[in-house]
Design a protein. Structure first.
Length: 151
């Protein structure tokens, strides 16, 4: 395969202001019973948040290349497991922005199999330096995120 033949992985889509990211459940995501291990849901949600930011034009790399390199960090997370996801299933991660303040962003993330909600989490993220010091969300990023706030 040449470089020109390389394809981008699926990046998801917006449904209104919510971002939807497709995920396939692989064997590596599951325990011996074929059910997704509890921490696996957190990885799926991380991918959903990263792809949301990419689709919103707010790539992680841009923050890392700033004069003061910054990264997003999860500050708080609560999760509710309703139904299991199983090996070989196709599911989607839905990411909704609930609040953006000077120092944090709160999101609701959920995993769906068709119309069945499998899990839901409230996630609070903040911006930190590479040394772990908290910073305000840069103004251009905070302004761009405002467009995705749920009414």
């Amino acid at each position: 395969m040449t470089k020109a033949d390389a394809r981008e992985p699926s990046t998801g889509w917006f449904e209104g202001k919510a971002f939807v990211f497709p995920v396939r459940i692989y064997y590596e995501d599951t325990d011996l019973s074929g059910v997704v291990y509890h921490a696996g849901y957190l990885r799926f949600m991380e991918r959903g948040r990263s792809e949301f930011l990419r689709a919103a034009g707010l790539r992680h790399q841009g923050m890392l290349e700033a004069e003061e390199p910054l990264v997003w960090a999860v500050r708080r997370l609560t999760i509710d497991y309703a139904k299991p996801a199983r090996v070989d299933e196709a599911v989607t991660v839905k990411t909704e922005v609930r609040e953006v303040t000077g120092v944090r962003m709160r999101l609701r993330q959920s995993l769906w199999r068709g119309s069945d909600r499998l899990t839901e989490a409230e996630v609070e993220v903040c911006v930190i330096t590479l040394e772990g010091r908290p910073r305000r969300i840069p103004s251009p990023i905070a302004a761009a995120l405002q467009a995705f706030l749920e009414d």
